[in-house]
Design a protein around this ligand. Structure first.
Ligand SMILES: O=C(O)CCC(=O)C(=O)O
Length: 295
């Protein structure tokens, strides 16, 4: 018995590695998320450098404030934490990867109108390999996501393929060029949908998103989670402060001390570059990019 997804939706996720559930969130939830974002935008106005709450675009100045990401928003926003524990988020995840789930991380990527940063092609699992790949990210789409404002894009089926080399000159750089590993650009799919939709993507699927040069923002809140029996492999970028801390990440169900092992490809994201832990900073180590940057 599933809670919310149909057998067809589950089969689609298993085969292609992604799903979009259109108009999944009530309007009131969207309104509260937008109000929270406005609060953090105000906070960014007074800042001159990124901190452990807010990640600023390289082109940010206090006169023209540019917020790129709200970091770990479930820790600093009650509505975002409440949504994380709600069935709106957990029911589809349980239908796909089981009843016991742990949080990996949360982030709210702003991709603002006119200058929102690109995220180069990567696999989340390349950043945080675990003993099994029952790992997914739910993206809460806060603004209508269309081709022009930098939608999340995926290579369907790539979650069943290799974990690609995300290194440059032997250092983890958090991305690669799909055409260099035989993926055909024409196969990439945009995960579009009206505000209030959610996207779900598999931890191993190849994904990325272009700059937002349109006049509309594209904000998306990610809840990334895994089956409770997926344990990080040593060298993974998963923060590990001991089992007590790991168990505080339980979102629902039961913790376990018995990792489930799956015979899947693994690559260790080491050595790490000497930069703050942020995909935007890590990807600065790239020598070739699929998407541009904005000055
Ligand atoms: O915001 C996006 O479009 C992509 C985000 C992403 O893949 C990430 O932050 O790991």
């Amino acid at each position: 018995m599933t809670e919310i997804l149909t057998p067809d939706q589950i089969a689609h996720y298993e085969e292609h590695g992604y799903l979009v559930l259109e108009r999944h969130l009530p309007e009131a939830v969207l309104t509260s998320l937008r109000a929270e974002i406005a609060r953090f935008e105000d906070e960014a106005r007074a800042m001159t450098a990124s901190n452990d709450r807010l990640d600023l675009e390289d082109s940010h100045t206090p006169e023209t404030p540019r917020l790129r990401r709200i970091k770990l928003p479930h820790r600093i926003s009650e509505p975002i934490r409440d949504l994380m524990y709600s069935d709106l988020i957990l029911a589809p995840a349980r239908d796909l990867i089981g009843d016991s789930l742990r949080l990996h991380t949360t982030k709210l990527n702003m991709k603002s109108a006119g200058y929102g940063a690109a995220v180069e092609w990567h696999q989340d699992y390349a950043f945080y390999p675990h003993t099994n790949d029952d790992i997914l990210a739910i993206g809460v789409i806060i603004d209508d996501m269309e081709s022009e404002n930098g939608p999340l894009m995926v290579y369907p089926g790539s979650h069943k393929g290799p974990v690609y080399d995300h290194h440059v000159d032997g250092v983890f750089a958090g991305a690669f060029l799909p055409e260099e590993v035989g993926l055909n650009q024409a196969d990439a799919v945009e995960l579009k949908g009206p505000a209030g939709s959610i996207s779900i993507h598999h931890g191993r699927i190849v994904h990325g998103s272009a700059l937002n040069t349109s006049d509309r923002s594209r904000r998306i809140l990610f809840y990334e989670m895994m089956a409770a029996d997926a344990f990080p492999i040593m060298g993974s970028m998963t923060k590990w402060d001991g089992i007590e801390d790991y168990n505080t990440r339980l979102l629902c169900g039961e913790p376990t001390l018995n990792p489930r092992l799956k015979d899947i490809p693994v690559r260790i994201p080491q050595p790490q570059p000497d930069v703050p832990i942020s995909i935007y900073e890590i990807q600065k180590g790239l020598t070739k990019r699929a998407f541009g940057t904005i000055k």
